[in-house]
Design a protein around this ligand. Structure first.
Ligand code: FES
Length: 401
Protein backbone atom coordinates (compact mmCIF):
# COMPACT_ATOMS: atom_id res chain seq x y z
CA UNK A 1 0.00 0.00 0.00
CA UNK A 2 2.86 2.38 0.86
CA UNK A 3 4.47 1.76 -2.55
CA UNK A 4 1.19 2.51 -4.37
CA UNK A 5 0.73 5.65 -2.30
CA UNK A 6 4.28 6.86 -3.08
CA UNK A 7 3.80 6.33 -6.85
CA UNK A 8 0.49 8.23 -6.70
CA UNK A 9 2.08 11.09 -4.78
CA UNK A 10 5.04 11.35 -7.14
CA UNK A 11 2.69 11.37 -10.17
CA UNK A 12 0.65 14.13 -8.57
CA UNK A 13 3.82 16.14 -7.97
CA UNK A 14 4.83 15.79 -11.60
CA UNK A 15 1.33 16.85 -12.71
CA UNK A 16 1.60 19.96 -10.58
CA UNK A 17 4.79 20.92 -12.38
CA UNK A 18 7.51 20.33 -9.82
CA UNK A 19 11.09 21.23 -10.63
CA UNK A 20 11.89 17.72 -11.91
CA UNK A 21 9.67 18.24 -14.95
CA UNK A 22 11.96 20.76 -16.61
CA UNK A 23 14.93 18.41 -16.55
CA UNK A 24 13.29 16.17 -19.18
CA UNK A 25 12.45 18.96 -21.63
CA UNK A 26 15.05 19.05 -24.43
CA UNK A 27 16.54 22.52 -24.79
CA UNK A 28 17.15 23.49 -28.40
CA UNK A 29 19.96 26.01 -28.76
CA UNK A 30 19.18 29.04 -30.97
CA UNK A 31 22.13 28.13 -33.20
CA UNK A 32 20.68 24.65 -33.71
CA UNK A 33 17.28 26.06 -34.63
CA UNK A 34 18.90 28.42 -37.12
CA UNK A 35 20.90 25.59 -38.66
CA UNK A 36 17.69 23.62 -39.01
CA UNK A 37 16.07 26.57 -40.83
CA UNK A 38 19.05 26.75 -43.17
CA UNK A 39 18.88 23.03 -43.90
CA UNK A 40 15.15 23.34 -44.66
CA UNK A 41 15.72 26.35 -46.92
CA UNK A 42 18.49 24.60 -48.87
CA UNK A 43 16.31 21.52 -49.18
CA UNK A 44 13.48 23.66 -50.61
CA UNK A 45 15.83 25.05 -53.24
CA UNK A 46 17.11 21.57 -54.09
CA UNK A 47 13.47 20.64 -54.73
CA UNK A 48 13.09 23.58 -57.14
CA UNK A 49 11.27 25.89 -54.74
CA UNK A 50 11.94 29.27 -53.17
CA UNK A 51 13.68 29.45 -49.79
CA UNK A 52 11.39 28.94 -46.83
CA UNK A 53 10.53 32.10 -44.88
CA UNK A 54 12.31 31.23 -41.61
CA UNK A 55 15.72 32.31 -42.87
CA UNK A 56 14.36 35.84 -43.25
CA UNK A 57 12.15 36.03 -40.16
CA UNK A 58 13.73 34.04 -37.32
CA UNK A 59 15.58 35.91 -34.58
CA UNK A 60 17.68 32.76 -34.03
CA UNK A 61 18.79 33.02 -37.64
CA UNK A 62 19.72 36.65 -37.19
CA UNK A 63 21.80 35.88 -34.08
CA UNK A 64 23.73 33.24 -36.01
CA UNK A 65 24.25 35.64 -38.93
CA UNK A 66 25.68 38.28 -36.60
CA UNK A 67 28.35 35.84 -35.48
CA UNK A 68 29.07 34.02 -38.72
CA UNK A 69 28.44 36.66 -41.37
CA UNK A 70 28.92 40.13 -39.94
CA UNK A 71 31.75 39.27 -37.56
CA UNK A 72 33.60 37.00 -40.00
CA UNK A 73 33.15 38.21 -43.56
CA UNK A 74 34.66 41.08 -45.53
CA UNK A 75 32.21 43.98 -45.59
CA UNK A 76 32.38 47.05 -47.83
CA UNK A 77 31.83 50.17 -45.71
CA UNK A 78 32.31 53.06 -48.17
CA UNK A 79 34.82 54.87 -50.35
CA UNK A 80 38.40 55.93 -49.68
CA UNK A 81 37.51 59.46 -50.78
CA UNK A 82 35.67 59.82 -47.45
CA UNK A 83 39.10 59.62 -45.79
CA UNK A 84 41.31 61.88 -47.91
CA UNK A 85 43.29 63.75 -45.24
CA UNK A 86 45.07 62.53 -42.10
CA UNK A 87 42.56 62.67 -39.25
CA UNK A 88 39.51 62.05 -41.46
CA UNK A 89 37.39 59.47 -39.67
CA UNK A 90 34.00 57.82 -39.63
CA UNK A 91 32.36 55.99 -36.71
CA UNK A 92 29.59 53.44 -37.29
CA UNK A 93 28.32 50.11 -36.03
CA UNK A 94 28.37 46.69 -37.67
CA UNK A 95 25.47 44.83 -36.08
CA UNK A 96 26.14 45.71 -32.40
CA UNK A 97 29.85 46.41 -32.72
CA UNK A 98 31.13 50.01 -32.70
CA UNK A 99 33.87 50.63 -35.28
CA UNK A 100 35.93 53.65 -36.29
CA UNK A 101 37.87 54.00 -39.54
CA UNK A 102 40.44 56.80 -39.84
CA UNK A 103 43.45 57.92 -41.83
CA UNK A 104 46.58 58.30 -39.70
CA UNK A 105 49.37 60.88 -39.97
CA UNK A 106 51.40 58.58 -42.28
CA UNK A 107 48.48 58.36 -44.69
CA UNK A 108 47.47 54.80 -43.78
CA UNK A 109 43.84 53.87 -43.39
CA UNK A 110 43.08 52.00 -40.14
CA UNK A 111 40.05 50.47 -38.46
CA UNK A 112 39.53 49.91 -34.75
CA UNK A 113 36.87 48.80 -32.34
CA UNK A 114 35.42 52.10 -31.18
CA UNK A 115 35.41 51.00 -27.54
CA UNK A 116 37.25 52.99 -24.86
CA UNK A 117 39.57 50.80 -22.81
CA UNK A 118 38.31 52.49 -19.65
CA UNK A 119 34.56 51.92 -19.54
CA UNK A 120 33.69 51.18 -23.13
CA UNK A 121 32.24 54.48 -24.34
CA UNK A 122 32.55 55.03 -28.10
CA UNK A 123 35.56 57.35 -28.38
CA UNK A 124 34.64 58.62 -31.87
CA UNK A 125 31.20 59.89 -32.82
CA UNK A 126 29.84 60.51 -36.32
CA UNK A 127 32.42 61.59 -38.87
CA UNK A 128 34.84 64.46 -39.40
CA UNK A 129 38.50 65.31 -38.92
CA UNK A 130 40.41 65.10 -35.65
CA UNK A 131 44.00 65.27 -34.40
CA UNK A 132 43.35 62.57 -31.81
CA UNK A 133 40.29 60.82 -30.39
CA UNK A 134 39.21 62.04 -26.96
CA UNK A 135 36.75 59.82 -25.16
CA UNK A 136 33.71 61.95 -24.33
CA UNK A 137 33.21 60.36 -20.88
CA UNK A 138 36.48 60.79 -18.91
CA UNK A 139 38.68 62.24 -21.67
CA UNK A 140 41.16 59.42 -22.24
CA UNK A 141 42.94 60.34 -25.44
CA UNK A 142 43.96 58.00 -28.30
CA UNK A 143 46.07 58.81 -31.35
CA UNK A 144 45.07 58.01 -34.94
CA UNK A 145 46.85 54.65 -34.61
CA UNK A 146 44.58 53.69 -31.73
CA UNK A 147 47.29 54.08 -29.05
CA UNK A 148 46.35 55.58 -25.70
CA UNK A 149 48.24 58.89 -25.37
CA UNK A 150 47.20 59.78 -21.87
CA UNK A 151 44.52 59.30 -19.25
CA UNK A 152 43.19 61.90 -16.89
CA UNK A 153 44.52 61.51 -13.32
CA UNK A 154 47.03 58.78 -14.33
CA UNK A 155 48.45 58.71 -10.79
CA UNK A 156 45.07 57.30 -9.66
CA UNK A 157 45.28 54.37 -12.06
CA UNK A 158 47.41 51.67 -10.52
CA UNK A 159 48.39 48.32 -12.00
CA UNK A 160 47.14 49.16 -15.49
CA UNK A 161 49.58 49.20 -18.40
CA UNK A 162 48.74 52.60 -19.86
CA UNK A 163 51.83 52.57 -22.09
CA UNK A 164 50.65 49.55 -24.10
CA UNK A 165 46.95 50.35 -24.09
CA UNK A 166 45.26 50.70 -27.48
CA UNK A 167 41.94 50.34 -29.23
CA UNK A 168 41.50 46.78 -30.53
CA UNK A 169 42.33 46.46 -34.24
CA UNK A 170 40.02 45.51 -37.08
CA UNK A 171 41.24 44.18 -40.45
CA UNK A 172 41.00 46.74 -43.25
CA UNK A 173 41.78 46.51 -46.97
CA UNK A 174 41.01 48.73 -49.93
CA UNK A 175 40.11 47.68 -53.43
CA UNK A 176 39.28 49.92 -56.41
CA UNK A 177 38.58 52.86 -54.11
CA UNK A 178 36.34 50.93 -51.71
CA UNK A 179 37.11 50.29 -48.04
CA UNK A 180 36.44 46.80 -46.70
CA UNK A 181 36.72 45.69 -43.09
CA UNK A 182 36.64 42.33 -41.35
CA UNK A 183 36.13 41.99 -37.58
CA UNK A 184 37.75 38.56 -37.61
CA UNK A 185 41.49 39.04 -37.17
CA UNK A 186 42.06 35.44 -38.30
CA UNK A 187 40.14 35.81 -41.57
CA UNK A 188 41.98 35.36 -44.89
CA UNK A 189 42.71 38.56 -46.77
CA UNK A 190 40.07 40.19 -48.97
CA UNK A 191 41.98 39.18 -52.10
CA UNK A 192 42.42 35.59 -50.96
CA UNK A 193 38.72 35.40 -50.17
CA UNK A 194 37.27 37.19 -53.20
CA UNK A 195 40.17 37.38 -55.66
CA UNK A 196 38.35 36.06 -58.71
CA UNK A 197 35.26 38.26 -58.49
CA UNK A 198 37.39 41.34 -57.75
CA UNK A 199 39.50 40.58 -60.80
CA UNK A 200 36.38 40.31 -62.99
CA UNK A 201 35.37 43.86 -61.94
CA UNK A 202 38.73 45.51 -62.46
CA UNK A 203 38.02 46.60 -66.04
CA UNK A 204 35.62 49.17 -64.54
CA UNK A 205 38.58 51.11 -63.02
CA UNK A 206 36.46 52.16 -60.08
CA UNK A 207 39.51 53.67 -58.42
CA UNK A 208 39.40 56.35 -61.15
CA UNK A 209 35.79 57.23 -60.40
CA UNK A 210 34.25 59.44 -57.74
CA UNK A 211 31.13 59.00 -55.71
CA UNK A 212 28.76 61.78 -56.78
CA UNK A 213 25.56 60.89 -55.00
CA UNK A 214 24.39 58.75 -52.11
CA UNK A 215 20.91 57.34 -51.73
CA UNK A 216 20.01 55.76 -48.36
CA UNK A 217 16.90 53.61 -48.03
CA UNK A 218 15.74 51.74 -44.92
CA UNK A 219 13.19 49.11 -45.90
CA UNK A 220 11.30 47.02 -43.35
CA UNK A 221 12.80 43.74 -44.51
CA UNK A 222 15.57 41.27 -43.87
CA UNK A 223 19.00 42.29 -45.20
CA UNK A 224 19.32 39.25 -47.50
CA UNK A 225 16.36 40.47 -49.54
CA UNK A 226 18.35 43.50 -50.75
CA UNK A 227 20.99 41.56 -52.69
CA UNK A 228 18.28 39.20 -53.88
CA UNK A 229 16.21 42.11 -55.16
CA UNK A 230 19.14 43.74 -56.94
CA UNK A 231 19.68 40.53 -58.92
CA UNK A 232 16.04 39.50 -59.33
CA UNK A 233 15.81 40.11 -63.07
CA UNK A 234 12.34 38.53 -63.07
CA UNK A 235 10.81 41.65 -61.47
CA UNK A 236 12.60 44.31 -63.52
CA UNK A 237 10.14 44.51 -66.41
CA UNK A 238 7.24 44.69 -63.94
CA UNK A 239 8.27 46.96 -61.06
CA UNK A 240 10.53 49.15 -63.21
CA UNK A 241 8.55 49.09 -66.45
CA UNK A 242 7.98 52.86 -66.25
CA UNK A 243 11.54 53.83 -65.31
CA UNK A 244 14.56 52.03 -66.77
CA UNK A 245 13.26 48.60 -67.81
CA UNK A 246 10.69 49.42 -70.51
CA UNK A 247 12.38 47.28 -73.16
CA UNK A 248 14.21 44.98 -70.81
CA UNK A 249 14.66 41.35 -71.84
CA UNK A 250 15.57 39.18 -68.82
CA UNK A 251 16.83 36.46 -71.15
CA UNK A 252 19.81 38.71 -72.01
CA UNK A 253 21.24 37.99 -68.55
CA UNK A 254 24.10 35.50 -68.47
CA UNK A 255 25.72 35.16 -65.07
CA UNK A 256 28.94 33.37 -64.23
CA UNK A 257 28.68 31.96 -60.75
CA UNK A 258 31.59 31.59 -58.37
CA UNK A 259 31.87 29.77 -55.03
CA UNK A 260 30.45 31.38 -51.90
CA UNK A 261 27.56 33.21 -53.60
CA UNK A 262 29.65 35.52 -55.82
CA UNK A 263 28.76 36.06 -59.48
CA UNK A 264 29.23 38.47 -62.35
CA UNK A 265 27.84 38.91 -65.81
CA UNK A 266 27.26 41.18 -68.79
CA UNK A 267 23.79 41.97 -70.09
CA UNK A 268 21.87 44.59 -72.06
CA UNK A 269 20.06 47.56 -70.54
CA UNK A 270 19.55 51.26 -71.05
CA UNK A 271 21.36 53.87 -68.95
CA UNK A 272 19.92 54.37 -65.46
CA UNK A 273 20.76 58.08 -65.55
CA UNK A 274 17.48 59.49 -66.87
CA UNK A 275 13.99 58.15 -67.66
CA UNK A 276 14.50 58.36 -71.44
CA UNK A 277 17.68 56.23 -71.22
CA UNK A 278 19.74 58.97 -72.91
CA UNK A 279 23.07 59.71 -71.28
CA UNK A 280 23.94 63.18 -69.99
CA UNK A 281 27.67 62.41 -70.01
CA UNK A 282 28.61 59.97 -72.78
CA UNK A 283 30.39 56.65 -72.35
CA UNK A 284 32.96 56.12 -69.58
CA UNK A 285 36.23 56.82 -71.45
CA UNK A 286 38.03 53.54 -70.75
CA UNK A 287 35.09 51.29 -71.61
CA UNK A 288 34.99 50.02 -75.18
CA UNK A 289 31.24 49.35 -75.16
CA UNK A 290 28.01 50.51 -76.79
CA UNK A 291 25.12 52.30 -75.10
CA UNK A 292 23.33 49.05 -74.27
CA UNK A 293 26.22 47.78 -72.14
CA UNK A 294 25.35 46.56 -68.65
CA UNK A 295 27.39 44.62 -66.12
CA UNK A 296 26.66 43.32 -62.66
CA UNK A 297 28.63 41.63 -59.91
CA UNK A 298 27.99 40.49 -56.37
CA UNK A 299 30.73 40.32 -53.78
CA UNK A 300 29.01 38.46 -50.97
CA UNK A 301 27.58 38.98 -48.55
CA UNK A 302 26.52 42.61 -48.89
CA UNK A 303 28.17 44.39 -51.81
CA UNK A 304 26.76 44.76 -55.33
CA UNK A 305 28.15 46.54 -58.39
CA UNK A 306 25.87 47.63 -61.24
CA UNK A 307 27.45 49.21 -64.31
CA UNK A 308 26.06 50.98 -67.35
CA UNK A 309 27.99 52.53 -70.22
CA UNK A 310 27.87 55.99 -68.57
CA UNK A 311 27.92 55.35 -64.79
CA UNK A 312 28.57 52.73 -62.15
CA UNK A 313 26.45 52.16 -59.06
CA UNK A 314 27.39 50.27 -55.93
CA UNK A 315 25.02 49.00 -53.26
CA UNK A 316 26.07 48.30 -49.67
CA UNK A 317 23.60 46.63 -47.32
CA UNK A 318 23.60 46.79 -43.52
CA UNK A 319 21.30 44.82 -41.22
CA UNK A 320 19.43 46.72 -38.51
CA UNK A 321 17.51 43.73 -37.13
CA UNK A 322 15.89 40.59 -38.47
CA UNK A 323 13.26 42.58 -40.40
CA UNK A 324 14.92 45.96 -40.82
CA UNK A 325 17.94 47.01 -42.84
CA UNK A 326 19.57 49.89 -44.61
CA UNK A 327 21.04 49.97 -48.09
CA UNK A 328 23.11 52.70 -49.60
CA UNK A 329 23.31 53.22 -53.35
CA UNK A 330 26.35 55.18 -54.52
CA UNK A 331 26.57 56.68 -57.99
CA UNK A 332 30.11 56.78 -59.41
CA UNK A 333 31.30 58.84 -62.38
CA UNK A 334 34.83 59.24 -63.83
CA UNK A 335 36.80 61.80 -61.85
CA UNK A 336 38.02 63.35 -65.12
CA UNK A 337 34.43 64.52 -65.73
CA UNK A 338 34.29 66.52 -62.52
CA UNK A 339 35.47 69.75 -64.20
CA UNK A 340 32.84 69.68 -66.92
CA UNK A 341 30.30 72.48 -67.05
CA UNK A 342 26.95 71.34 -65.58
CA UNK A 343 28.65 68.31 -63.99
CA UNK A 344 27.03 68.85 -60.58
CA UNK A 345 23.57 69.51 -62.06
CA UNK A 346 23.70 66.40 -64.25
CA UNK A 347 25.21 64.22 -61.52
CA UNK A 348 22.36 65.29 -59.22
CA UNK A 349 19.83 64.26 -61.89
CA UNK A 350 21.48 60.82 -62.04
CA UNK A 351 21.34 60.56 -58.25
CA UNK A 352 17.66 61.58 -58.22
CA UNK A 353 16.73 59.00 -60.83
CA UNK A 354 18.51 56.08 -59.17
CA UNK A 355 16.58 56.95 -56.00
CA UNK A 356 13.30 56.78 -57.95
CA UNK A 357 14.29 53.30 -59.19
CA UNK A 358 15.21 51.95 -55.76
CA UNK A 359 12.14 53.52 -54.13
CA UNK A 360 10.11 51.37 -56.54
CA UNK A 361 11.80 48.35 -54.94
CA UNK A 362 11.30 49.65 -51.42
CA UNK A 363 7.53 49.03 -51.42
CA UNK A 364 8.05 45.46 -52.69
CA UNK A 365 10.70 44.69 -50.07
CA UNK A 366 8.43 45.54 -47.14
CA UNK A 367 5.64 43.51 -48.69
CA UNK A 368 7.83 40.42 -49.23
CA UNK A 369 8.84 40.50 -45.57
CA UNK A 370 5.21 40.59 -44.43
CA UNK A 371 4.22 37.83 -46.85
CA UNK A 372 7.01 35.37 -46.03
CA UNK A 373 6.15 35.81 -42.36
CA UNK A 374 2.51 34.86 -43.00
CA UNK A 375 1.29 31.60 -41.49
CA UNK A 376 0.06 30.51 -44.93
CA UNK A 377 3.26 31.25 -46.88
CA UNK A 378 4.32 28.17 -48.77
CA UNK A 379 7.39 28.74 -50.97
CA UNK A 380 6.52 28.76 -54.66
CA UNK A 381 8.57 27.50 -57.60
CA UNK A 382 12.09 28.81 -58.18
CA UNK A 383 12.40 30.10 -61.73
CA UNK A 384 15.42 30.08 -64.00
CA UNK A 385 15.25 33.88 -64.06
CA UNK A 386 16.06 33.88 -60.34
CA UNK A 387 19.29 31.90 -60.65
CA UNK A 388 21.45 34.74 -59.35
CA UNK A 389 19.08 35.37 -56.42
CA UNK A 390 19.32 31.78 -55.31
CA UNK A 391 23.04 31.48 -55.93
CA UNK A 392 23.74 34.48 -53.68
CA UNK A 393 21.62 33.37 -50.73
CA UNK A 394 22.60 29.73 -51.06
CA UNK A 395 26.26 30.78 -50.92
CA UNK A 396 25.67 32.84 -47.77
CA UNK A 397 23.74 30.01 -46.08
CA UNK A 398 26.37 27.45 -46.96
CA UNK A 399 29.11 29.65 -45.55
CA UNK A 400 27.15 30.05 -42.31
CA UNK A 401 26.89 26.31 -41.78
FE1 FES B 1 36.39 56.49 -21.92
FE2 FES B 1 36.13 56.65 -19.29
S1 FES B 1 34.89 55.58 -20.70
S2 FES B 1 37.57 57.62 -20.57
Amino acid sequence: RWAVLMVWLSNMFLCWGGPEMSTNVPIEAPGNRAQQLISEALQMLAEGRQFSGGIYTSSDMYELEKERVFKREWLAIGRVEHFEKPGDYKAFRIVDEPIVVCRDKDGNLNAYRNVCRHRGVEVAVGEGNVKNFTCPYHAWEYDLNGRLLWATYPEDIKGFDLANCRLPSVQLETWAGFVFINLDLEASSLRETHGEILQQCEFLNLQDMREVSTCIIEPACNWKLIGENVWDIYHLGVVHANTFAKDFNPRDFKFHTLPGGAFYGKYRSQSCGRPDGKTLFGTIPWLDVDEGFAFGAQIPPTFSIIARHDAVYSVITEPLGIDQCRFIVYTHLPKEWLDRPDFKKNADLYGDFIRVIFEEDNAMLGSIQVGINSEVFNPGPATHLETAVHHLTKGILERII
